[in-house]
Design a protein around this ligand. Structure first.
Ligand SMILES: Cc1ncc(COP(=O)(O)O)c(C=O)c1O
Length: 369
């Protein structure tokens, strides 16, 4: 099975570890284990629980407590409507591989997270794209999806908030999309890895019987290292089918990750508040930085942790990102990794000190070229 190179992942693997100022990270500033346990009144008990823990497979399909924690992100659902996975990336893979067959057709957006289209293409699925346009604040119309529907269309795939543009598909938009999907009996699959930092961010799994949501604790909950993700859908048979396939992929997420992910959800409100305030501080700085740096513009999103900077220079994005990193240590993911030139992916929830220093260096560097 041939598969296209995952461009953003490859870029990060090659460049991320030798940068000084990572301005591209999509995860809200990761927690240390100590910071996580410090949220608890009973830190010592938790440390003892961890030290006494048997390093076995743990609850194979994920613990009840973990699934109840995950439901904090949804308005509806119970344990049977959730499958626990190895991060959101494995959740996406399991949804796509369980439902799609060669010759099926799906519709998604571009630019977006490459897994959503390259992985299905590797299965022999054909993909059509709705182009998100910056001049429309990256928001498409329902008609753009409608006109791409074919007899073989099985699924509409969205990432909301989107990576890299940060676009949120709000309740009104999703409700209209549900009407369209229902008419053609289509699944709507939403990668919701970045959902949960804003008010009024609806999950497709709460409003559509063939809606599938995937997410994880990496981005808005700052715990990527635990590798916990999930799939949620009202369709219990689909969860059963996915769990049967999941047996071939991951067996379990492991007792330690399950336990610590439950701790993350015990302190859900505190972690979300922490990350909202990081984003607020960074956005404030970034807005004033933009005023001083007319070579860069950006549609700043309401939600999520990432946005897509546009720079007004005729230099290919990979060349610019590489040179910038060499000269200053500032790291971005170039737009080329998302098939859109003259852009850079910027993470709005990174450590504010890093963001301020990195943007200052970037601004000074722009003046020298
Ligand atoms: C849209 C989107 N989905 C899923 C993932 C995978 O996240 P994880 O496997 O860490 O939960 C990412 C990571 O960058 C992402 O941007």
């Amino acid at each position: 099975m041939k598969i296209d190179n995952f461009k953003a992942e490859t870029w990060m693997t090659l460049h991320e570890n030798n940068c000084l100022y990572n301005l591209a990270d999509a995860c809200a500033q990761s927690l240390t284990l100590d910071e996580l346990l410090n949220f608890s009144q009973d830190k010592e008990t938790k440390i003892q629980d961890i030290l006494n823990m048997k390093l076995d497979y743990g609850p194979i399909e994920g613990s009840h407590q973990l699934k109840q924690g995950i439901l904090k992100l949804y308005q509806t659902g119970d344990d049977d409507q959730i499958a626990i996975t190895h991060g959101g990336i494995n959740a996406n893979e399991l949804v796509l591989i369980s439902l799609l067959e060669p010759q099926d057709h799906i519709i998604t957006i571009t630019p977006t997270y490459q897994q959503i289209y390259s992985f299905p293409q590797s299965l022999g699925v054909s993909v059509d794209f709705v182009n998100l346009k910056e001049e429309n604040d990256w928001l498409p119309s329902i008609y753009e999806f409608e006109k791409l529907i074919k007899p073989k269309t099985k699924m509409i795939c969205l990432t909301t908030p989107n990576n890299p543009t940060g676009t949120t598909f709000d309740k009104t938009f999703l409700e209209k999309l549900v009407v369209l999907a229902r008419k053609h009996d289509l699944y709507i699959f939403c990668d919701e890895a970045y959902r949960g930092l804003g008010e009024n961010e609806v999950s497709i799994s709460d409003i559509y019987e063939k809606g599938i949501s995937t997410a994880g604790i990496s981005k808005i909950l700052s715990a990527a290292g635990l590798r916990i993700g999930w799939i949620k859908t009202p369709d219990k048979n689909l969860i059963k089918m996915i769990n049967e396939r999941r047996d071939y992929h991951i067996i379990s997420s492991g007792s330690l990750s399950d336990y610590l992910a439950c701790v993350v959800f015990q302190h859900y409100d505190q972690i979300i508040e922490r990350n909202k305030s990081i984003i607020q501080e960074n956005k404030k700085y970034f807005k004033s930085w933009l005023k001083d740096n007319p070579l860069v513009s950006c549609v700043i999103p309401d939600h999520g942790t990432v946005c897509f900077l546009k720079y007004h220079l005729d230099i290919p994005s990979a060349v610019l990102a590489e040179k910038l990193q060499q000269d200053t240590g500032v790291f971005f993911v170039p737009g080329a990794c998302f098939d859109l030139e003259y852009h850079l992916r910027f993470g709005l929830a990174n450590n504010p000190q890093t963001v301020k220093k990195g943007l200052t260096l970037f601004g000074n560097w722009l003046k020298t070229i």
